[in-house]
Design a protein around this ligand. Sequence first.
Ligand code: ADP
Ligand code: MG
Length: 257
Amino acid sequence: MSSLVVKGLSKSFGGVKAVTNVGFEVRKGELLALIGPNGAGKSTCFNMLNGQLKADGGSIKLFGEEIIGLEPRQVWRKGVGRTFQIAATFTSMTVIENVQMALISHHKRLLSMLPFAGSLYKEEAYELLELVSMQDQAERPCGMLAYGDVKRLELAIALANDPQILLMDEPAAGMAPNERIALMQLTADIVKEKDISVLFTEHDMDVVFSHADRVMVLNRGELIALGLPSEIRENEEVQSIYLGTGAVYDEELVGNA
Ligand code: ADP
Ligand code: MG
């Protein structure tokens, strides 16, 4: 079963064709990676899927319902989640308060209900923190968290909206290799446990090939391959794109040699 069915998705910026006629399906319960060299169109694709960018053409169906053209907030309400960087203003709040705020927003309680009710959705927030193994840090101010823990908190906040599909554009950017692996393993576990779908981009090919259920490859705005990690790894066109670009793909191959 597919959560998301994308057809003919296109976007140009002036004369630059950033995304051309891209189509794919995201299956329920899968971790699908979107890879490609810098400038391939990955972020443009993501921003059309989450409504931030108006597509020139195409169709995006979420469980059969057309969502192309909706505002980002409407897309979010329909169940297409994404990870946001925690706003600087929230860093003085504790970890659990941040998750509670996300739950309050999801349940459409007005922020004007503040002063902040410390007990509101606290149990539910704690459960989400457990899911990302952050329960021990529930009462710490966010501003004191290590970078990798902030990323896990951002994941818990995204999950507070109870998404059907989660879009993660370079979720592990800036993390050390072992932290990247841990974050993607955690994400993979959550996808299976909650039976949701995740579409993510990631530079580190070790992470992609070890965690994605399927991988799709964009090059110059076009989808050139979609398949199992083993198939993509062996794909000669994909290899030729990465070799010679100086991208992480080579470094990883060299690093593993
Ligand atoms: P990726 O995320 O794969 O690195 P992007 O989607 O960011 O690639 O970019 C795809 C192409 O579209 C690039 O050529 C980029 O320069 C261009 N592009 C992206 N966003 C804009 C924009 N807002 N205005 C003009 N050109 C853009
Ligand atoms: Mg990008």
